[in-house]
Design a protein around this ligand. Sequence first.
Ligand SMILES: Nc1ncnc2c1ncn2[C@@H]1O[C@H](COP(=O)(O)OP(=O)(O)OP(=O)(O)O)[C@@H](O)[C@H]1O
Ligand SMILES: [Mg+2]
Length: 616
Amino acid sequence: MSQSGSLGTEEEVEERPVQLALVSRLVGYLRHYKARVAASLCLILISATASQVGPRLTQIGVDEHILIGDLDGLYGLIGLYFLSIIVQYVAQYGQTRVTELTGQYVMRDLRRQIFMHLQRLPLQYFDRTPVGRTMTRTTNDVEALNEFFTEGVVSVFMDLFTLVAIIAFMADMDWHLTLASCTMIPILALATFYLQNRAMGAYRELRRRLARLNAYLQENITGMEVVQLFGRQRQNLAEFDDEHLPYRRAEDREIHYYAIFFPFTEFMGTVGMAVVVWYGASSVLEQRIDLGVLVAFLQYVRRFFRPIMDISDRYALLQSAMAASERIFELLDHPTEARGGQINEAAEDEMAIEFDHVFFKYDPDGADWILEDVSFRVESGHSLALVGATGSGKTTIVNLLCRFYEIQQGTVRVDGVDVRDWDLHALRRRIGIVQQDVFLFTGNVADNIRLGEKQIETAQVEQVARYVNADGFVGRLPNGFNQQVAEGGASLSSGQRQLLSFARALAFDPHILVLDEATSNIDTETEQLIQDAMSRLMRERTSVVIAHRLSTIRNADQILVLHHGRVREEGRHDDLIRQDGIYARLYRLHYGANQNAAAELGTTTPQAPPPPPAGS
Ligand SMILES: Nc1ncnc2c1ncn2[C@@H]1O[C@H](COP(=O)(O)OP(=O)(O)OP(=O)(O)O)[C@@H](O)[C@H]1O
Ligand SMILES: [Mg+2]
């Protein structure tokens, strides 16, 4: 079971038992590369065989040349020996190249598939899944599979072929001695699996502990100011020691098992040689075999061990590939966003936006409605201001308008068409959104306005920027529209980011404009530019504004007051003041008492920043 929380990525399951279904799905990724896989297998076969020819040649050399004093024939054998080594290296080189390249191709396919899938997942997935976890899927997990394909599978074949080649060469020389030599295999295999399993367990624990230790360090280094301010150094050191102890113990255990393991295999190797010497020597004396056979066996018996140890090592790799592939396939099997309906064009309708008894909650199993029986209409060309306390459901309404989430009851219509009948792409093209938190991509200013849409020309970008008053600050940047913005827009102020996002929304010339007004404090000059831009934008097209500024609200044709997901009041500013309800109270609270400050209406807890909208 994967765990939630910020440590989720570190504490995910690392290993899984081998499952045939997963393996066959994985192998499916090789189907485009059959020729490469076949070539790789052939090369493995060649190199495994070539690598084991040596001892056999020794046997021939001893028995058929040295013992009978035919030194001339020996040169031919030596030549063959070198040839076998060259064949082995060439085959190994080719095999490594072919396999690594195939692995790279498969990884590319897999990453592309994951990324493509991610882009089509409903936002709900991203609400529930920490970013770190999704990142792990596309990076670490894919990398684990890469190892599985390029090292795991190949090495297992290599090891198996090598074992088979050794046994075949031995059996070809003498059956009895082969059986005697093989008595070591079960003992060695069992011991290897047991000890490596133990060591792996300790290693896993070690990594978990290390992750915790790192998290602890990171938190305390990040919060160094608080640590020093409150004199927490001594307590922290004690806590650090507490965290470090289990790490050291785990490391100790791992070292313990490896310290047993390596001498043990050495020992088993020696015992194997002893068996061969004891049994083989008596066979030589009884003239059942030649001396050269014994010499060859002594070499082969040591060569058994590597493949057996390796196979058990690969098994661990296979298990982690199982865990990784299980997670990747779980992501790939997550249903994508509904494609939407067929409709690309708006119906002839006066009503640009219509919510008809809408009920909605983010968690379909949750108890409380986030929006409850919400109904309102916005006529074409008119503007609506949404007002309400933090968490009252304003951003949610916007999310539903773009069909980022499915409503449970009621209907949402855009330009007279149910959003479920709209082609999703066409629907979202009609609506331009200025989000509460503006997200800027790495790139220059102009690219951030046109978002990679090539047909939006630079002149047009500059024009919309001028229209929303963004040209002033862009002009002051050293490189103007070509200025690179730092990742996430950190190099720009929040007001500047907002102006850019106005330009971005406008560049796509949307029918409906949605502004989720940010509450962050902005300098007076920029504030003025933003207000100016907003009132201009609202005047000219259908717009929905989630408003905090009084000026924006006053400009709206219609105000909707939300309270705990319900529409409580509706009307124009003066009517609502006269009604003396929630709106009037909010107005008095935030504006009446604070005449001079930038009026922020609808934020009952201004010090707590509102949650980012789901769309960002
Ligand atoms: N993606 C989400 N998944 C689950 N719950 C959410 C999600 N987004 C918002 N909510 C919940 O829905 C409710 C309404 O949130 P919403 O973002 O619509 O509030 P808001 O009116 O825009 O508030 P603010 O003024 O702070 O932006 C809140 O209780 C919030 O916790
Ligand atoms: Mg909001």
